[in-house]
Design a protein around this ligand. Structure first.
Ligand code: URA
Length: 238
């Protein structure tokens, strides 16, 4: 994160002034870098390393809001710390160089799409039930549920005293005696997909989240992540 940028750009990014106004402040000798007045343009500064002040007042960098899509491997917890010392997902994004937190959770033994961000507003929007953002999973389930059972899941089953919202389901492939199902739900109750399939007598053997809304995991390898741009972020809400 410690990249060098031009002083006038730094001042503008911090919200102090427009780029032009920042140049005027510099030219007028009002800006210091590590206590030294700088009047020429284009001096490179390193945010978080050097102290930049304008008229004696330190100009703090605003943290850039960033979001990533991670293909979470099994065996990682989605909390920020684990009292049992198990690996945590944020370890996989150390090189992203900022403090990220996961949006929602995935079980220890679930893999796949997990958004991590430092943008609290985005996290709130994605998780807010009113947005009903679909989450799509591939579930390897024991046996082959018949249509009657699948229709039960489609219309809703009682879970902790409350019916689940309608789910979309389709068979992706048969795998020996088992089958790979795709299930899309917008709720995010704890262990919901596993509980739903257990309810109809076909427990989940392996689970992977493949999409948040219209944002798909695609060919992102397990354990790898990619930065989300604004088009990606829009896809979440499709
Ligand atoms: N449903 C589950 O059962 N587990 C997950 O990790 C996510 C959804």
């Amino acid at each position: 994160m410690h990249e060098s940028i031009r002083l006038q750009k730094y001042l503008a990014q911090c919200g102090l002034a427009s780029r032009r106004k920042a140049e005027e402040l510099i030219a007028a000798g009002k800006v210091t870098v590590d206590g030294v007045v700088v009047t020429e343009m284009g001096v490179l500064v390193i945010s978080g390393v050097q102290t930049i002040a304008c008229m004696g007042k330190v100009v703090e960098a605003r943290e850039q809001l960033v979001s990533y899509l991670l293909n979470k491997p099994k065996g990682y917890v989605t909390t920020l710390a684990d009292p049992q010392g198990r690996p945590v997902v944020t370890e996989l994004l150390k090189e992203a160089g900022t403090r990220l937190f996961p949006v929602g959770r995935l079980d220890l033994d679930t893999e796949g799409a997990l958004i991590l961000t430092n943008d609290g507003g985005l996290a709130q929007q994605v998780q807010h039930p009113s947005h009903e953002i679909n989450k799509t999973y591939e579930a390897l389930v024991r046996g082959m549920p018949d249509d009657r059972k699948l229709n039960l899941l489609r219309s809703g089953i009682p879970l902790e005293g409350k019916l689940t919202s309608p789910a979309r389901l389709r068979l992706l492939s048969r795998q020996g005696a088992n089958c790979l199902m795709e299930i899309t739900i917008h709720e995010g109750r704890k262990r919901q997909v596993k509980k739903m399939f257990s309810y109809i007598g076909h427990p989940v053997l392996s689970l992977k989240r493949t999409a948040y809304g219209g944002l798909r995991l695609g060919n992102l390898q397990t354990g790898r992540y990619r930065r989300l741009n604004s088009a990606d972020l829009k896809k979440i809400f499709l």
